[in-house]
Design a protein around this ligand. Sequence first.
Ligand code: DGL
Length: 272
Amino acid sequence: MNNPIGIFDSGVGGLTVFHAIQKALPHQHIVYFGDTARVPYGSKSQRTIIQYSLQNMIFLLQQKIELLVVACNTSSAYALEELRKHSDIPIIGVIEPGAKKALNVTDNKKIGVIGTEGTIKSGSYEKALRSLDETCTVFSKPTPLLVPLVEENWIHHRVTKEIIEEYLQDFLNKDIDTIIMGCTHYPVLKQVIQEVVGDKITLVDSAESIARELKKLYSAKSVQKISGKYNFFVSDNPEKFKILGRQILGEELDRVEKVFFSDAWVMDTFEK
Ligand code: DGL
């Protein structure tokens, strides 16, 4: 168990997933890639998301990862199958763990899902939930403005709360008892979302669900008792990544390296 786990996201939001995995598997080396040059993914087409996700995976495979976590919900929704066609290592997305967790915690099987336009349009959470339990009722809603609010570090801003109220008001008269936060950035807003929906609704954090799955997967394997080493790569603006990273992780990221995606590589991957 010496090779790292690879995690990729469209940007900094996937650090919520990194954080949960780091806590669950403190001895595991992790390589994180945030595609900060091309964020957001949530409003892009499936074809573009597949292209970007393949490039991100190729980069992480070059770092000799043994397992890939697709932290980005939009990539998990649109590109997981395609990624699996191109690599033999285990590839885990966030949709299924989130759906399983929601079904574990719901009492009345009325589940709300919020995510980017792409994630909601793909219907992936709905499909995953209904394939696990066809008697559940799913209410989905794209909430795209929440991503830039987190990127802007407006986590406790009054405007953020107002926008969440506006987005979630139609969930509140539907007797929903569970909401899946189907986007990497939303766990950062968990406290505000909870204030808006009240404490009778359980919020499901895909980051925690995937960390629990990985812990199960790794519990059978023997691990070295050393602290995990972490490498962070981004495709642009490492300084901004560090600032938001500190906000999400509550600690300093020592080193964030910028990766140069050459045009030739982009074209080459696109043609495949
Ligand atoms: N990482 C994306 C997701 O979880 C959110 C940010 C974006 O739109 O790129 O869907």
